[in-house]
Write a protein that binds this ligand. Structure first.
Ligand code: GLU
Length: 313
């Protein structure tokens, strides 16, 4: 029987609002430390065109690393499979900002969803232009995906990360030494920090993810990517979307997902739903604590899983 999604979304929001252990808000980007951890939002865009939202689904948050999914989509559109000469496709098993693995692997990041990989993707997307051109392109792209021109960048968050992003500067400089970052580091990071500082609410994020549940189609017509590319992006989200807790997320939730340190997660049920959850408190792996729990509950109650036969979900 098809799940009663509005009732389920309300129930999940109520349960999550009552949770006491909400994790810890990211503090290494000072602007993010100011966000109130008492919030929880959820939105589900379904393949049949509904949008069901609950809790703080209209409150904007910093999408942070979720932007890596959209940046990867753009970069694949520009250079296609050549991207894989500069970035791997294996889960890292390391923290999102680890530098150790980069040395062992000669400046080729493990995957496009750890910071080092996303910085290479930003380098590709810069394509010889000024950061404002690449940032403008990224913003237009997410607005087109979500069908919402109100989506914007939070400049305070971008400035806050620019002032304190020493680790990302180290990663970028390190890869520049290997020739895997080709533009000046400050331009690449200027672009990367702004992309991470895009602000969206759960409704907008769920809408932006629809092409990944629709085998690459834009719900309003036309194609964002080919079916094969959409499947590969989903595969990377499943295997690499939660840093060193990606295996645990696949085990507990069973659908592709990408998290960000702003507390958001975009999760995709191919053929069924694009789901955005947000709660700013993070668990020990830097993924939204309640967001993960909410998706686990939702997946259990709906039967949604990429590991179950289609007729069982
Ligand atoms: N802008 C953040 C950073 O590079 C993104 C990290 C994340 O969301 O996991 O540190």
């Amino acid at each position: 029987m098809a799940p009663d999604l509005p009732a389920l979304v309300d129930e999940v929001a109520t349960i999550m609002h009552a949770m006491e252990d909400r994790g810890r808000v990211a503090s290494y980007i000072p602007e993010l430390a100011k966000v109130d951890p008492a919030q929880f939002g959820i939105a589900i865009a379904t393949a049949d065109g509904r949008l069901i939202a609950g809790g703080d689904a209209d409150t904007g948050f910093s999408i942070q690393s979720i932007s890596k999914v959209f940046a990867l989509t753009l970069a694949l559109g520009k250079v296609g499979d050549q991207l894989w000469e500069r970035v791997g496709r294996e889960p890292s098993g390391n923290a999102f900002n680890s530098i150790v693995q980069l040395e062992q692997e000669q400046g080729i990041p493990r995957n496009p969803f750890i910071n080092a990989g996303a910085i290479v993707v930003s380098d590709v997307n810069l394509g010889g232009h000024q950061p404002r051109v690449a940032i403008g392109e990224m913003l237009r792209f997410v607005r087109y995906l979500a069908g919402d021109d109100a989506i914007a960048i939070n400049e305070e968050v971008a400035a806050s990360e620019t002032a304190t992003g020493f680790r990302n500067m180290a990663l970028a400089n390190y890869m520049r030494a290997f020739g895997n970052v080709r533009h000046p580091v400050d331009l690449v990071l200027g672009s990367y920090f702004h992309q991470c500082a895009i602000e969206m609410n759960c409704r907008q994020l769920a809408l932006a993810g629809r092409y990944l549940m629709l085998d690459g189609r834009h719900p309003e017509g036309g194609r964002v990517v080919s079916p094969g590319r959409a499947r590969r992006i989903n595969a990377l989200m499943l295997t690499c979307g939660h840093y060193d807790a990606s295996g645990d997320f696949a085990f507990r939730v069973g659908i592709p997902g990408k998290s960000g340190v702003g507390g958001g997660i975009l999760a995709i049920v191919p053929g069924r739903a694009s789901i955005a959850v947000w709660s700013p408190g993070l668990n020990e792996n830097g993924n939204s604590q309640l967001g993960t729990q909410a998706l686990e509950l939702l997946a259990r109650r709906t039967g949604w899983s990429v590991f179950s036969p289609p007729d069982a979900r």
